[in-house]
Structures are given as structure tokens and as C-alpha cells.
Design a protein around this ligand. Structure first.
Ligand code: TYM
Length: 341
């Protein structure tokens, strides 16, 4: 570690999270986890399974538990390295909820009502039976990020608005109570930032809503992957090229390019005059090849459950010490009496 005036230089910090609800899919991998892995080279990272976010929609107890461990295994299998990064389950560090409460006191109803994801999830029906947790969801997300004084937040395009709210809340708190929080930047990588559904390229690939044919699950078998790609909707015509008139092909080319490293231009050239069938057959193989090593590593991790729990125990301990330092400062700034020793 390089030193400045005897003080170790602070590497910029990253925080990001994924909900452990439903099936993890290629969108989560390309939009988030793959960038998480890369950012470990340059940043100190905290990566989180956000179980308290997941329960804003009713979950089955056994599925949530399993999904949480599965998600942590996916992070580890994809290359998140617990010797370099802090890996946690959100509910293991109660400071997340505590900070969310304090941030609630400076958040406006109007700004939460404007959140696109809230509007989508409630289909505009802000009625009697919409849970307060769903409405308040972005404030907990802001707390996640601000607690670790993160500089950067790698997310897919759909989370950008939530990171912008986080920036507003950080600034508002700093103005009201004195500089406490770092104002974070969203990091959205162009390619893979918005993977669309295979059966409807106007919708994002998603685990909630949408049919199974629309997404590639990380644990899909090679045959299922090949079949889903083969059946993916295409646009009219036969040319393999992107464009506003070709939303389906644009998406498939983006996935291909993200996984193989070929540029889209190069792919267009390679498939010129070859038609959709060949392109889709090859894309199926590219996805299979990318996911197979991850699947294998997940199976190894599943065979050694204690190893994953140890990672989480160590992560919770390290995260708590950072989080508690921030909270001590926050409580003091707000005027809460420190708990007597
Ligand atoms: P979640 O669980 O819906 O998604 C996790 C990550 O995957 C990205 N993603 C996609 N990227 C590209 N194409 C898609 N089709 C696609 N679907 C999902 C998301 O953008 C996200 O980066 N609120 C967050 C979780 C969260 C969080 C945080 C994120 C809670 N606290 C703090 C960052 C920082 C969510 O629901 O993501």
C-alpha cells in the first residue's frame, strides 16, 4: 500500500447490493456482478445480499434463506474475493436499518413518489394495500451506500435514479448537520447495463414478473440455455445488426459482445449474410461457456456450506466496524445522546 505522510492512502470505496429474491439471471451478472469483480482491482469494496430489501415483497421463509446463501455463492463463484472485499448479508449489520430511519426524517414523500421503480411496482396504484417498505425502499438503499462512505456504486441502468436520490440525501444531510457523508457516483457500464428480456425486448430481463423464457438463469443447464436463445424473439428481416428498428437483435448482440469481448461491429461483419439461426446457435454456446465455470464453482461452494458462513461472519465483523464508526458520527451530528458505557 502506498503511503502519504505516514498515512496509508485510502483507496476509493465501492458499495453495491443485489436482492436475494427469485432467480439470479444474466442481467444481474452482466449489469452488476461482473463489474463488481473488476472493481476489486482499484477499490475497497463492500458487496451485499440485501435481504431487508427483498422482504418489501412477501417472501417464503425457506426460499429467502436459501436464496440469500445462493446469492452469496454466486458472488464468490463469479470472482468476488472475500480476502479483498467485504461480503455481507444486509440484516447482519443492523446499522443499515438505523441509518435508514434517520434518513427517513430528511426524505420527502414527493421524491419517493417520483421513483420509477416504485411506480412500476405499484402500477400507479398508490392505494391502501401498498406496503410502506416498498415506498421507503430507496431510503434503505441510500443508507446501505452512505454507511460505508462509498465513492462509487456499480449498478445497472435501472438503479441510477436510486443512486441519484442517495446523492441528494447525502448532500441534504451534510448541509443540515455538517459534512458527514461522501456523495457517491453511480458507475454504469454501457455494455450489459440494460439486458432486455428474451421474449420481449422492450422489457428488462427480470426475475420478478415476466416468463421463464425471458431470462437466462445463472444455473440454467446448457440445454435450457440453448433452447431459450433459440426461441428468443427476433425482429423482422434476416440481417444480424443492431438498430432502433431491431430491439431484439440489439439486445442479443449486446449480450454476445459483453460475454465474448468481440465488438458489435465485428459481430455484424462475422454474421453478415448468415441469418439468425447461426447467430443464435453461436450465442447459445457463448453463454454456456461463460456460465459453466461459474456453475461448477457454485456446486463446489454448495458442498462446503461452512466456508460460505465463515465468509459472512468475517464480512459482518469488518462491515460493523466501518458502519458503527459512521453511525457514531451521525448520532452525534443529529443530537442523539450517546449510550453511556
Ligand atoms: P436488483 O436486485 O434488482 O438487481 C441487482 C443488480 O443487477 C442489475 N440488473 C440488471 N442489469 C442489467 N440488465 C438487467 N436486466 C438487470 N436486472 C438487474 C441492477 O441494476 C442491480 O445493479 N435496489 C437494488 C439493490 C440494492 C443496491 C443497494 C444496489 C440495495 N441496496 C445499494 C446498489 C447499492 C436492486 O433491487 O437491485
Amino acid at each position: 500500500m502506498s503511503e502519504t505522510a505516514g498515512k496509508p492512502e485510502r483507496r476509493p470505496r465501492v458499495f453495491s447490493g443485489i436482492q436475494p429474491s427469485g432467480t439470479m439471471h444474466l442481467g444481474n451478472y452482466l449489469g452488476a456482478i461482473r463489474n463488481w469483480v473488476a472493481m476489486q482491482e482499484t477499490h475497497d469494496c463492500v458487496y451485499c445480499a440485501v435481504d431487508l430489501h427483498a422482504i418489501t415483497v412477501r417472501q417464503k421463509r425457506a426460499e429467502l434463506r436459501r436464496g440469500t446463501i445462493d446469492l452469496v455463492n454466486l458472488m464468490l463463484a463469479s470472482g468476488v474475493d472475500p480476502d479483498r472485499s467485504i461480503v455481507i448479508v444486509q440484516s447482519h449489520v443492523p446499522q443499515h436499518s438505523e441509518l435508514a430511519w434517520i434518513l427517513n426524517t430528511i426524505t420527502y414523500m414527493g421524491e419517493l413518489r417520483r421513483m420509477t421503480q416504485f411506480k412500476d411496482k405499484t402500477a400507479g396504484a398508490e392505494g391502501e394495500s401498498i406496503g410502506v417498505g416498498l415506498f421507503d425502499y430507496p431510503v434503505l438503499m441510500a443508507a446501505d451506500i452512505l454507511l460505508y462512505r462509498a465513492d462509487a456504486v456499480p449498478v445497472g441502468e435501472d438503479q441510477k435514479q436510486h443512486v441519484e436520490l442517495t446523492r441528494d440525501l447525502a448532500e441534504r444531510f451534510n448541509n443540515a448537520f455538517g459534512k458527514t457523508f461522501v456523495v457517491p457516483e453511480p458507475i454504469i457500464r454501457g455494455k450489459g447495463a440494460r439486458v432486455m428480456s428474451l421474449d420481449d425486448p422492450t422489457k428488462k430481463m427480470s426475475k420478478s414478473g415476466g416468463s421463464e423464457a425471458g431470462y437466462i438463469a445463472i444455473m440454467d443447464t446448457p440445454d435450457v440455455i440453448r433452447r431459450k436463445v433459440k426461441r428468443a424473439v427476433t425482429d423482422s428481416g434476416t440481417e444480424v445488426r443492431p438498430g432502433p428498428d431491431k430491439p431484439a437483435l440489439s439486445n442479443l448482440l449486446d449480450i454476445y459482445s459483453s460475454l465474448s469481448g468481440d465488438t458489435v461491429d465485428h459481430l455484424v461483419e462475422r454474421y453478415s449474410g448468415k441469418g439468425y439461426a447461426q447467430f443464435k446457435a453461436d450465442l447459445g454456446e457463448v453463454i454456456v461457456a461463460a456460465l459453466e465455470p461459474i456453475q461448477e464453482r457454485i456446486r463446489e461452494l454448495e458442498a462446503d456450506k461452512d466456508a460460505t458462513l465463515k465468509v459472512l461472519a468475517r464480512g459482518a465483523e469488518m462491515a460493523t466496524s466501518v458502519a458503527e464508526r459512521t453511525m457514531t458520527r451521525v448520532r452525534e451530528r443529529v443530537g442523539l445522546v450517546p449510550r453511556p458505557e
